[in-house]
Design a protein around this ligand. Structure first.
Ligand SMILES: O=C(O)CCC(=O)C(=O)O
Ligand SMILES: [Fe+2]
Length: 255
């Protein structure tokens, strides 16, 4: 299993590895973390003519990396606090899903806010849309204005503490528009977000910090799965907002 700590500024195009993503937050600025990184292997037979200053030759190997963009510090502390306060009035539920013919409550709570004709099938559930709270509508508009990302629903997950989880899955339901991105915003406790390649099983762990935005790009759900595993040491709650674009039911002949 690999833990990604590669990061870079929005303008830099060189890759680096080894730094702690949390340190990015100290100046409060928005920075992008890239997951493409290049492993350099010394190549013994390429050292060049004696005495010439040719530099060391290496082989470059680009690791297959998940198609995600990680923007740390996307929300200010004030915005994080306002959303936490707002979420106190959200109608969270812990629906039951059927696994091997038996009903089990999901290991977290959730609510689906969406446009009127955007009901969502999730596992064995059909979730009717609840009208958008004003603050989440503003956030949806900001994602569109600043990043050009269009959404018509947001699934809000509430993890009371590190015992609450989401298991390995892809958000590849039929009604999600393809291609489209999913934007995930985290508030509260830092939790590990894991990404696993479906075929190679290569796994990356991203410790998502309060205020971070993670964009899962088009195609991610087809090739990768993700999960938020149990972390017994985490005692504080976390809220995660995943903004999605569904094909509205009036257009569902397009699915
Ligand atoms: O809580 C998270 O970071 C991920 C939630 C998620 O994967 C989902 O709601 O589909
Ligand atoms: Fe998901």
């Amino acid at each position: 299993m690999s833990s990604i700590h590669a990061k870079e500024s929005q303008t830099a195009d060189a890759n680096s590895a080894g730094a702690n993503p949390a340190s990015l937050r100290q100046d409060g600025s928005l920075q992008q973390v890239s997951f493409d990184f290049i492993e350099r292997h010394n190549n013994a037979h390429g050292s060049g003519a004696k005495g010439a200053d040719l530099g060391e030759r290496c082989e470059h190997k680009v690791r297959k990396s998940p198609p995600v963009t990680w923007l740390t510090g996307f929300l200010s502390v004030q915005e994080q606090q306002a959303l936490l306060d707002d979420a106190k009035s959200y109608p969270f539920e812990r629906p039951q899903i059927e696994v091997y013919g038996k009903l089990h409550p999901i290991p977290r709570q959730q609510v689906w806010f969406a446009d009127e004709d955007c009901g969502y099938r999730y596992a064995s559930l059909f979730i009717s849309p609840t009208p958008w709270p004003a603050l989440l509508m503003q956030l949806r508009q900001r994602l569109q204005a600043e990043l050009g990302l269009v959404f018509n629903g947001v699934l809000v997950n509430f993890y009371a503490d590190g015992q609450d989880t989401v298991g390995w899955h892809s958000d590849d339901e039929a009604e999600i528009r393809k291609p489209s991105s999913i934007a995930s915003i985290s508030i509260g406790a830092t939790r590990d977000f894991q990404i696993r390649h479906k075929r190679s099983q290569e796994t990356f762990t991203l410790p998502l910090v309060s205020g971070d935005l993670l964009i899962m790009q088009p195609g991610m759900q087809q090739t990768w799965q993700h999960a938020v595993p149990r972390r017994a040491k985490v005692k504080a709650p976390r809220i995660n907002l995943t903004f999605r674009e569904l094909v509205p039911q009036r257009d569902n002949h397009l699915i």
